[in-house]
Design a protein around this ligand. Structure first.
Ligand code: UDX
Length: 447
């Protein structure tokens, strides 16, 4: 059992804190947001994540997980202190590290015993060393230089929608430290989580920091590559779903993250790709691949809109579009950088009215589309979204959209036009009910 403090109770901090607690550790989760902390004490979560609520409830009840706004209280008895605050993108694409640095300052100001400070947020190469400098400086200012500490980089690899599962059964754990003792302690902490001989990898802090960027940008590159091939198929022929299975069978390539679609979104891929480009730029190196990954994705988010424009023209006044799925991917209510932002806004700007359904993200969507409120209607049932619609647009691949009642849809829609941004349907199904069907990279020209 270890005593742990999480500084920053956002997505990563909350999942990590709850999972550590569930493994028997004593965890304090700290945040400056008083409302968030008051809610969490009553097990009211700020985000939706499968399995997380149960985990928080159980560990709160059993006293291993506690919440506070006071960092001093959080680190009083702790041996490990994780920095899990946000690193949002700045205007120029670089990561905003101000929350990281103020967390480091706050830790340095109230730490009075040996502490291992771990950066878990995704941070550019060199940040963990900066955290060390800040803490050292704070200790010096207050003449507490005798208080020892160490810093570690320990990037997270959680996927939203499967974060608890990913944390409980990680493919690997990356630990960046140059200190053998610290490495040993971190290994002890993570040992109960790694099974199936998945490794705990010890490396220097900079490699650990870079590993996170390299992993995310490579995954994003796979998606952009497939999206590019998909657009080419729509012109020259070929079906991207066949090509995907064809290349996935090569073990060197593998099966995952090869789905063409409406483009990637979320809080990580877009941000990390931009930060890597920025890091190169600041250091005089053009990151040509990362730049292309970003550009292809921006283009992809407009691909469905371009198809709609081609079919219905520039002016969509008086037309009604049903939308299925707003979140950046299934199993989350997160709208950050979601392709739906570009698609919905473009259609409204062309004069359309949107009737949208999402199983989890409606509340979030209402906030981000606040300025468009007069043009969007939200409905609580997927079938309601297609009533009187001139077309249905599927943007997020929630499982419940997989096998809709096509004959019911047929009786509700004004025109039977379906734009499928995630290649969810078979041509036979669609043709049986007489839908006009548009999808991504399958070179479908209808019957
Ligand atoms: C990602 C990484 O997977 C995770 O390891 C890292 O720690 C954080 O960033 P996340 O942002 O939660 O996780 O979502 P992910 O499941 O990776 O999906 C990202 C985006 O890519 C989504 O918009 C998704 O729809 C899209 N995607 C994914 C595709 O378009 N095609 C695919 O084949 C896979």
């Amino acid at each position: 059992m270890m005593k742990i403090c999480m500084v920053g109770t956002g997505y990563v901090g909350l999942v990590t804190g709850a999972c550590f607690a569930d493994m028997g550790n004593e965890v304090w989760c700290v945040d400056v947001d008083e409302v968030k902390i008051t809610n969490l004490k009553a097990a009211i979560l700020p985000i939706y994540e499968p399995g997380l609520k149960e985990l928080v409830e159980r560990n709160l009840k059993e006293g291993r997980l506690r919440f506070t706004t006071e960092i001093k209280l959080g680190i009083e008895d702790a041996l490990l202190c994780f920095i899990t605050v946000g690193t949002p993108p700045c205007e120029d694409g670089s990561a905003d590290l101000s929350y990281i640095f103020s967390a480091a300052q706050a830790i340095g100001q109230c730490m009075n015993h040996y502490l291992i400070v771990v950066t878990k947020s995704t941070v550019p190469v060199g940040t963990t060393e900066k955290v060390r400098d800040i803490i050292r400086q704070e200790l010096k200012v207050s003449a507490r230089e005798h208080v020892g500490f160490d810093v570690v980089s320990n990037p997270e690899f959680l996927k939203e929608g499967a974060a608890v599962e990913d944390f409980m059964r990680p493919d690997r754990v990356v630990i960046g430290t140059e200190n053998i003792g610290t490495a040993e302690l971190m290994k002890q902490l993570y040992k109960p989580f790694v099974r199936n001989q998945n490794p705990i990898l010890i490396m220097d802090t900079k490699s650990a920091e870079m590993t996170k960027y390299a992993a995310n940008v490579m995954l994003a590159a796979r998606i952009s590559f497939m999206n590019e091939i998909a657009q080419l198929c729509d012109i020259v022929g070929g079906d991207i779903t066949n090509i995907r299975t064809g290349i996935a069978a090569d073990h060197r390539i593998g099966r995952q993250f090869l789905y063409a679609g409406a483009g990637y979104g979320g809080s990580c891929f877009p941000k990390d790709v931009k930060e890597l480009i920025n890091l190169g730029y600041k250091n005089g190196l053009e990151m040509a691949i990362a730049t292309a990954v970003h550009e292809v994705n921006e283009r992809q988010k407009h691909y469905l809109v371009d198809m709609i424009r081609k079919r219905f023209g520039e002016k969509l006044d008086g037309m009604r579009f049903g939308v299925w799925g707003l979140a950046f991917k299934p199993q989350t209510d997160d709208m950050r950088e979601a392709p739906s932002l570009v698609i919905v806004q473009s259609l409204i700007n062309m004069g359309a009215k949107i009737v949208a359904f999402d199983p989890q993200a409606i509340k979030e969507a209402q906030q981000v589309f606040e300025d468009y409120a007069d043009h969007i209607q939200y409905v609580g049932d997927m079938m309601e979204a297609v009533n009187d619609a001139d077309a249905l647009i599927l943007i997020t691949d929630w499982r419940q959209f997989r096998q809709p009642d096509f004959s019911d849809m047929k009786s509700r829609m004004r025109q039977l036009v379906l734009f499928d941004g995630r290649n969810q349907y078979d041509f036979e199904q669609i043709e049986k009910y007489g839908f006009e069907y548009y999808c991504i990279g399958r070179n479908y020209r209808g019957k």
